[in-house]
Design a protein around this ligand. Structure first.
Ligand code: ZN
Length: 137
């Protein structure tokens, strides 16, 4: 076995049964970098400590043997990320269409609903929870 093959092999052995890199780790590295840059801008010792803690935590997650726990963390992170991304996309759509549609929330389940502008006062039935209420467009 060549020198590099031996190094690769020992690295593989070392990483066996360890969690490795996931999307949450990648985000933590980028967020840690942002916090580090902020700490430099504001010359804040606390922020540089926070960024160091984020890197230590990322390394801990990558080398962790508790696969189940790390996967659950990543799943929750991905869920939250999807929620935030979807929220921004929908807010952008509402803003883009604000002249054609009046957007409002269902008073019962808080779902976003819309009416074409100029419809007047109408009774609306929420598509999600079927609550009836009057709404002016
Ligand atoms: Zn509703």
């Amino acid at each position: 076995m060549s020198f590099w093959e031996r190094i690769k092999q020992s690295l593989r052995n070392f990483m066996a049964n360890r969690h490795g890199v996931d999307q949450f780790s990648v985000m933590l590295v980028w967020a840690g970098l942002v916090v580090y840059i902020l700490s430099a801008i504001f010359s804040s010792g606390l922020l540089s400590l926070v960024s160091l803690a984020m890197y230590v935590y990322t390394l801990f997650r990558i080398f962790s043997r508790k696969e189940q726990k790390r996967r659950e963390e990543n799943r929750r992170y991905m869920e939250l990320k999807t929620k935030i991304v979807t929220g921004f996309k929908q807010a952008f759509t509402r803003f883009k269409n604000r002249k054609q549609y009046k957007y409002f929330r269902c008073p019962n389940c808080k779902a976003w609903l819309r009416l074409p502008r100029g419809t007047g006062v109408v009774t609306v039935t929420c598509g999600r929870c079927h609550t009836n209420f009057t709404q002016k467009s």
